[in-house]
Design a protein around this ligand. Structure first.
Ligand code: ATP
Length: 242
């Protein structure tokens, strides 16, 4: 039980969710460590959504609305921390959801699927249909669903690793990352990088999708054209003095 007035309340609450996901077989050992790296950066950015992240969220919403076949890639940490928001976002953008694990085992893929179905997701790709391969990647990490990431034109990759992000960009997909580390390879390789904590960023992204849905295509394209990821990452680094 976390005391209501604890200064790190939200952070401790997320840890609890992650540990619960770990015990339920969704989160890997390495997933717990990756969360720690994220926490350190979140501490530095002040544990709140900063202005550059808001610009990235707006561009991400425009990109998702313009996409013909958007796919959200979900790993164990994402499922443990934010399954409900992922389900809601997929509905709002009419997008698909695919399980994509760095340390893939069939059992863990099925646990992630179970978590997503529990919050109302009808169809989860990447569990029994990961028959396509991302070129240039090796081992289990390259397996993707033909119907999902393989044919997607836009992929949202919350908490991705740099190699896979780079490979998706090379495949010609518009790539949107959510990553608290503005220096990571993922952050630097993605077309749009939201440097914010996952559970803070997703509700804001859903709100922005709802706001922008009424706008015409030209308006959305203009948002994307005027967005500069390198500049936004620079602003974020400046904020935390890196
Ligand atoms: P890269 O391969 O892109 O250089 P990395 O090796 O540092 O990155 P990984 O361990 O593959 O990263 O993935 C963890 C990444 O996810 C870290 O950059 C971390 O900052 C970020 N991260 C972890 N938890 C969260 C969270 N809850 N919200 C947003 N980002 C997070």
């Amino acid at each position: 039980m976390i005391p209501g007035n604890h200064p790190r309340r939200k952070s401790l609450f997320l840890r609890e969710k992650l540990v619960d996901g770990y015990k339920k077989g969704l989160v890997s050992d390495e997933g717990l460590i990756a969360h720690g790296r994220g926490e350190a950066f979140d501490y530095l950015i002040g544990e709140r959504t900063r202005e550059p992240a808001k610009k990235a969220i707006k561009a991400a919403a425009a990109a998702l609305l313009l996409a013909k076949n958007p796919v959200i890639s979900v790993n164990g940490n994402v499922a443990a921390l934010a399954a409900e928001s992922i389900a809601e976002l997929a509905k709002e953008i009419n997008g698909k959801i695919e399980v994509n694990l760095f340390y893939r085992t069939q059992k863990r893929a099925e646990r992630v699927e179970w978590r997503l179905k529990n919050v109302g997701v009808g169809k989860v790709l990447g569990v029994n249909d990961a028959d396509a391969r991302i070129p240039e990647l090796f081992s289990e990490r390259r397996k993707v669903s033909v119907e999902g990431i393989y044919l997607a034109d836009c992929v949202l990759i919350p908490l991705e690793d740099g190699d896979r992000c780079e490979a998706l960009v090379k495949m010609g997909k518009r790539t949107i990352a959510i990553d608290l580390n503005p220096l990571s390879r993922t952050a630097r390789k993605a077309h749009i990088t939201i440097v914010d904590e996952l559970t803070r960023a997703l509700p804001l992204l859903i709100e922005e999708v709802k706001n922008l849905r009424v706008k015409d295509e030209a308006h959305l394209k203009l948002i994307l054209e005027s967005y500069n990821n390198k500049k936004v990452l620079g602003e974020m680094r400046k904020l935390i003095n890196l």
